[in-house]
Each structure stands twice: as structure tokens, then as C-alpha cells.
Design a binder for this molecule. Structure first.
Ligand SMILES: *Cc1c(COP(=O)(O)O)cnc(C)c1O
Length: 372
């Protein structure tokens, strides 16, 4: 490092210049994260120095984490759910698999997941030593319970269903998967990292939560559709004893045991996550989600009017299309299957969709026939 420090002025002109190299949200259509809500930023800055890894020093902040878990548990039809704030879906999924392994007595256990599962399950299996069994999807990119039945065996300690897949925005048939898991005494985890902050606010949305018997744990990410600052994920458990299966002794802290994966944990983004829920309330969240879903439908209709067909009609605000090249400076992404993927996050407002469609229209004006 430098022998002598730089002046604050020089430092910040350096930092600001680097920040200007980042992509501008005005053109980001590829991300499941979004601009944090202003109340999240304000709450985060108020709790900047707090450490949830030592909750006895920060009991006020710790009570906000518990309130966040209670709010989400209630939203997911189980006010008594327990859990904690993670760094995101990856940590939540790793912890769910650790719990499934810790609470089973199978000697060479496996986990059965849909092929649409997020790559965090690869990391989780690597860390837990669980054998990962991927199950092919149905024609609508949803998990197929019949194929799950074929894939499980007496060594299966965990099954996973996805509520809002990362690539196609689909919700697996959670009730059927949960029933299958229950019949076979298998721990069932729902990865609602994305959909958990969308589906509860949508009329007629597919069911996915603790209202379904057999759902043992749910991952949900406030730093995606919850408009919190990063990092803010949550892992919720139906039964406290499952979470406690991960407890380790913590000799020199204000608490005697912890079940989290991280040690030092930010209070700021937890306060941010809670702040958005408190400030917007159910009605405010529902309005944001309705806006995102409306924009998703408009995008699909607009793309199809140019002869660029959707791959599937999504359950949440993730739109996928036959692959086409996209003009600069728009930032889009492509799925493993090579489909164009656009996520209509809260920062992707109606005007941005229209501007994007106009650019696409000009890009493809002459070639409509070749895309139909
Ligand atoms: C985003 C996502 C994850 C990973 O979450 P991170 O916060 O990036 O760790 C896991 N599962 C699903 C379904 C996701 O959409």
C-alpha cells in the first residue's frame, strides 16, 4: 500500500471516477438488483457501524432483524417462522442444505433440485458434500414432480423447488413437490430469492409458501425486489429446531451460540430491508410489483409486435425471448439456453421500456419477416 496517504480530495476524485465507469441504471435490463429505495439508503446509513454478529452489543439492531423475519414470516403465512438475515440467496441456499444434511442421518446423502436451480446450489453441494441430482424441466421450464419421484431415493435428504426461477421467472409446482417430500420424509426447501418479494403481492399468483404443508424453509432476497441496500437476504424456517441444528459455540461474544454462516454481519442493510417494508406497507409493495408486472407484459407485447417471440409467459417479472442482438448501450443477459433475458425491476420504469422498444424497433425495422 501507499507509504503516505493521499488527500481526501484526491481520494474521492479517484473513487468518483471509478464509479463513473460503472453501467448506468438507465440502461440496465439484466439485473435482479435495483436502485435501493431512498428509505433503505437512509436507514442503512443510520446503522453503518452495527454488527449483528455480536447482537448483545446491538440489541436494538438485532430486534430489527427479528422484526424483519416476523414480517416476512407473516407475509409467507407463518408468523412464528424463525430465521435470520443472510448476505443473499446464495448463503440462504447453502444454509438450507446444511440444515437438511444436519437433520438427517443418511451416510451418503443427495439433494434433488430442478435443472432451473440457481448456480448457488452447486456451491452449496460442494461445501456440504451432498450429491446434486438435477431433474429436467417440463415444457414450461417448471419442475416436473413425476421426474422428481424418479430421482429421489432413500438417500435423498433434501428436495428444492424454485418460486421465481432466475432465468425464466417460473414458479415450480410447490404443492406437489412438497407433498412428495412429505410422503418420503424429505426436507423441502423453497428458493424464493427472487419471487418471495413478488408473489405475495400479486393477485392469483401461484402458491409457494408456508401455507403449504411440507415447506420447511424459504430463501428470500430483500436486495432484489425488496429494494433494500446490498447485502440483504433472509432464510426462514418453519421449525426453530432445524435452524438450531447449525448452532456452534461462540466463546468470546455476547451470545453463547450462533447458527449463521457469516460471523460479522451488517446491520445497515437489514435496517434498509425492514425500512422499505415498513414505509411502503403491503399496498405500497403491491403497487411496485403491479408496475413491474405491467412493464413485463408491455415489453413482451412490444417485442412480439416486432416478431421477436417470448420463450414462455413468466409468473414473475422476468421476460425471455428468442435471442436477438441488442443495440448499445442496453445491458441485457442471455440464459444458459441462449435466450434473451430481461428483468423488469423497479428502476426499469415504463419510459425505459418504451425507449428500449423504440431502439429495438429501429434496429429490426427492415427485418421483421426474418424474426416471425
Ligand atoms: C438471485 C438468486 C439467488 C442468489 O442470490 P444472491 O443474492 O445473488 O446470492 C438464488 N436463487 C435464486 C432463485 C435467485 O434468483
Amino acid at each position: 500500500m501507499r507509504n503516505k496517504g493521499v488527500s481526501e480530495e484526491e481520494l474521492f476524485s479517484f473513487l468518483i471516477a471509478r464509479k463513473q465507469e460503472d453501467k448506468d441504471h438507465q440502461h440496465i435490463l439484466s439485473s435482479m438488483c435495483t436502485l435501493p429505495h431512498p428509505v433503505a439508503i437512509r436507514a442503512h446509513s443510520l446503522f453503518m457501524e452495527t454488527n449483528l454478529g455480536d447482537p448483545g452489543l446491538f440489541p436494538g439492531t438485532a430486534s430489527l432483524e427479528q422484526l424483519l423475519i416476523r414480517r416476512l414470516g407473516t407475509l409467507f403465512h407463518h408468523p412464528g417462522a424463525c430465521g435470520y438475515a443472510t448476505t443473499g440467496g446464495t448463503e440462504s441456499n447453502i444454509q438450507a442444505l446444511r440444515i437438511a444434511k444436519a437433520t438427517s442421518d443418511i451416510s451418503s446423502p443427495n439433494v434433488v433440485i430442478p435443472e432451473s436451480a440457481h448456480f448457488s446450489f452447486k456451491k452449496a453441494c460442494d461445501m456440504t458434500g451432498l450429491e446434486m441430482r438435477g431433474v429436467p424441466l417440463d415444457n414450461n421450464f417448471r419442475a416436473d414432480p413425476d421426474l422428481f419421484l424418479e430421482a429421489i431415493d432413500s438417500n435423498t435428504c433434501c428436495m428444492v423447488g424454485i418460486a421465481g426461477t432466475t432465468e425464466y421467472g417460473m414458479v415450480d409446482p410447490i404443492r406437489d413437490l412438497a407433498a412428495l417430500a412429505r410422503d418420503h420424509g424429505i426436507f423441502f426447501h423453497v428458493d424464493a430469492a427472487f419471487g418471495g418479494m413478488v408473489l405475495p403481492f400479486l393477485d392469483g399468483a401461484p402458491e409457494f409458501d408456508f401455507a403449504i404443508p411440507g415447506v420447511q424453509s424459504i430463501a428470500v432476497d430483500p436486495h432484489k425486489m425488496g429494494m433494500s441496500t446490498i447485502p440483504a437476504g433472509c432464510l426462514l424456517l418453519r421449525n426453530e429446531k432445524d435452524l438450531c441444528s447449525l448452532s456452534v459455540d461462540t466463546p468470546y461474544l455476547t451470545v453463547k451460540q450462533e447458527f449463521t454462516l457469516s460471523g460479522t454481519r451488517p446491520g445497515g442493510s437489514v435496517a434498509g430491508a425492514l425500512a422499505v417494508l415498513e414505509y411502503l406497507g403491503y399496498e405500497g409493495m403491491a403497487a411496485v410489483v403491479r408496475g413491474c408486472m405491467g412493464n413485463t407484459r408491455r415489453l413482451i407485447e412490444g417485442m412480439e409486435s416486432f416478431g421477436i417471440p417470448r420463450v414462455v409467459t413468466p409468473d414473475v417479472n422476468v421476460a425471455t425471448f428468442k435471442a436477438v442482438t441488442i443495440p448499445d448501450p442496453w445491458q441485457v443477459s442471455f440464459t444458459r439456453n441462449g435466450h434473451l433475458r430481461i428483468i423488469c425491476m423497479p428502476h426499469v420504469h415504463a419510459g425505459m421500456i418504451e425507449a428500449f422498444l423504440q431502439d429495438i424497433g429501429e434496429h429490426y425495422a427492415e427485418t421483421v419477416d426474418s424474426f416471425s
